[in-house]
Write a protein that binds this ligand. Structure first.
Ligand code: AMP
Ligand code: ZN
Length: 112
């Protein structure tokens, strides 16, 4: 499958890994929008939040178990933002579901 995040998970494209478990992989965003900016992805190719099925729920749960662990490991003691873009209007550029973790500074209030 021609998916850049599947290739990152498989190690075929290099990334800076920040976390990995059985179901989840996380790595630094190549174009950071904040001092800390990483992406948390399921190890299964799920397109987006809009295209999940019941059997994907263990991955969703694993992602939300991993996020606070990653945030803590990255020193985000004072809070952070979690974003997932969906589809065309959401400006989702990579069609493998991913959750941005942004932090390391006071983020702007605007969500667009
Ligand atoms: P989105 O616009 O929500 O689909 O986010 C895709 C994100 O993936 C962007 O923030 C990109 O900077 C990031 N990205 C694209 N290619 C890579 C890569 N090879 N390694 C790390 N991050 C990437
Ligand atoms: Zn994929």
């Amino acid at each position: 499958m021609d998916c850049i995040f599947c290739k990152i998970i498989d190690g075929d494209i290099p990334s800076t890994k920040v976390y990995e478990d059985e179901n989840v992989f996380a790595f630094n965003d190549i174009n950071p929008q904040a001092p800390v900016h990483c992406l948390v992805v399921p190890k299964k190719h799920i397109v987006s939040v809009d295209e999940t099925s019941e059997c994907d729920m263990e991955y969703i749960a694993a992602i939300f178990r991993a996020i606070p662990k990653i945030a803590s490991a990255l020193g985000l003691k004072n809070g952070y933002r979690v974003i997932t873009n969906v589809g065309e209007d959401g400006c989702q550029s990579v069609k493998h579901m991913h959750f941005h973790i942004l932090g390391g500074k006071k983020l702007p209030e605007s969500m667009g």
